[in-house]
Design a protein around this ligand. Sequence first.
Ligand SMILES: Nc1ncnc2c1ncn2[C@@H]1O[C@H](COP(=O)(O)OP(=O)(O)OP(=O)(O)O)[C@@H](O)[C@H]1O
Ligand SMILES: [Mg+2]
Length: 373
Amino acid sequence: MSGFSSEIRVADEDPREGDGSFEATARIVDAGGTDDDSTVEAALRPRRLDEFPGQPKVRDQLGLVLEAARRRGSPPDHVLLSGPPGLGKTTLAMIVAAELEQPIRVTSGPAIQHAGDLASVLSSLVEGEVLFLDEIHRMSRPAEEMLYLAMEDFRVDVVVGKGPGATAIPLELPPFTVVGATTRAGLLPAPLRDRFGFTGHLDFYEVADLERILQRSARLLGVPADEDALAEIALRSRGTPRIANRLLRRVRDWAQVHGTGEVDVTAARAALTLFDVDEAGLDRLDRAVLEAMCRRFGGGPVGLSTLAVAVGEETDTVETVAEPYLVRQGYIVRSPRGRLATPLAWGHLGLTPPPGEQTPLPLPDGADGGRFG
Ligand SMILES: Nc1ncnc2c1ncn2[C@@H]1O[C@H](COP(=O)(O)OP(=O)(O)OP(=O)(O)O)[C@@H](O)[C@H]1O
Ligand SMILES: [Mg+2]
């Protein structure tokens, strides 16, 4: 499987629905990728670190690690990339291989259920190759154990035979680099996490970075777009490049069908309204979460699973897709007793918090409210 073809191919999207991995109906600002996205996404991915806008910290740190490895002529430390969906983990994994000028092998946690699956991947790696393990938190325990031995000692024990006669044959591996990606770094067992010499946490993008991303995407897609329209889309993309690119395509659609063919502010506003993205960039699920918290649970505290049931979603979706952004923007805070709605949440819904309630203030910069309560 290759997600990094050297030729740029921009396919127009086909009418298939979302991949259903998160939910039955596709949300326009769902940060998760769909089949429709994947072809376009591959074409829109920056290929090198210096074409990658945003995430200055991770970019600088990773740049240093890769440059040093290149000068030494040996593979760098293993790299773990974590953060919410759609922020560029897969993109960065491809970039790691490109910067090292090494081939990349792509697989994922769910694809590796048996240690044997991993053994066969590992034993076919060539020296210096990058092994990209997406959704690494979803690997099985035996595979995980084999992986951290391989990461540390470049060795696997291949078990031959069954029962009392089984023997483990050690197999030396050439040095290689694992790039792991996860939306749930907290689920990785410590021994595995410790094997990664470099961990980069991707955070939501600044609006200015999203504007740069959109300008580049519009150029690659051949979509005429004015700056104000791209600024409007950037503002409403939940800090997520994948969503920004998807909204750009929907605005382009609107412009072609109802507008002048050019992505302008009129088209941007109309399309965003049509697809239920509000002025703050919150989508249907975000608003459903806030509505449930305020209207049904009086602002909280409410537990994650209760909240998920109330909005008819998987707990995982609420936790990895909706919550990080709502926390980051200061709409909700986490406390040991559950999630709480802030005055900003009440205000966003046009509601007044119940009198006498101690609703917490959002922390500056939308920092995690974990210490509240
Ligand atoms: N810094 C960036 N600059 C430009 N485009 C970006 C950037 N980061 C991500 N993108 C775009 O967003 C899309 C999604 O990024 P990517 O697939 O790397 O996200 P991800 O973090 O791997 O998501 P997931 O957790 O769902 O796998 C990419 O195809 C790319 O077009
Ligand atoms: Mg990915």
